[in-house]
Design a protein around this ligand. Structure first.
Ligand SMILES: [Mg+2]
Length: 210
């Protein structure tokens, strides 16, 4: 399977897992937010999957996916996830032959999200999953792991990062009362991003084993 098709499969799997977890994501967002996170992510990934055809590289698939996501998902997570996918795509040109190439693109995408959201790890956002994932991926890649092996090995760090948001108070919410209320509940954005990374890992494992 070529890399464009493989990337499209990963995005299909992202849509499936988001639909499967939509109710849980809505619940997590309802504790201190407006409860629309599951629906927004589902709308975004539906548009991504519909935008899929006609790209010849992984980078093109992801750049197009990012634009589709931003336009469809709405809200702050729509803008952030859309920006992430778009920046990832724009930093992947041609065929990916080394795991380190993806690490560079993951870092750029993460930086773009930090800048747009004016946030960093520890603020109880999707970055609490992304930052440890990217760090662990980079470490595995520099130690010589293949892209698939590096991705799979980084999922543990991503999961720990996601779970760590339970003990955080959101710095991003709309009111102090809602921010306080977020303590004890995992961040919805950190959670949906973890599910997407895991679903993509399953696709990599079955279609592109180490
Ligand atoms: Mg919301």
């Amino acid at each position: 399977m070529n890399q464009a098709d493989l990337t499209a499969r990963c995005l299909d799997a992202a849509l499936s897992v988001i639909l499967e977890k939509e109710t849980e994501l809505a619940y997590l967002d309802s504790v201190a937010g407006d409860g629309d996170h599951g629906a927004g992510m589902a709308r975004g990934f539906r548009a991504v999957v519909a935008s899929g055809a006609g790209s010849s590289t992984a980078g093109e698939v992801l750049a197009k996916a990012g634009m589709a996501f931003s336009n469809a998902a709405g809200g702050s997570s729509g803008a952030l996830v859309g920006m992430y996918l778009m920046t990832l795509g724009m930093n992947l040109s041609g065929e990916i032959t080394r795991a380190a190439q993806l690490h560079t693109a993951l870092l750029k995408a993460q930086e773009a999200v930090m800048k747009l959201g004016k946030s960093q790890a520890g603020d109880k956002t999707l970055l609490d999953t992304l930052v440890p994932f990217t760090t662990a991926y980079g470490e595995a890649a520099s130690a010589g792991a293949s892209l698939t092996a590096a991705w799979l090995s980084a999922l543990g760090a991503a999961r720990a990062g996601m779970e760590s948001t339970r003990d955080m108070i959101s710095k991003r919410g709309r009111s102090a009362v809602l921010k306080e209320r977020s303590l004890g509940t995992q961040d919805p954005g950190a959670t949906s991003v973890y599910y997407v990374l895991q679903a993509a890992g399953d696709v990599l494992q079955s279609h592109c084993p180490q």
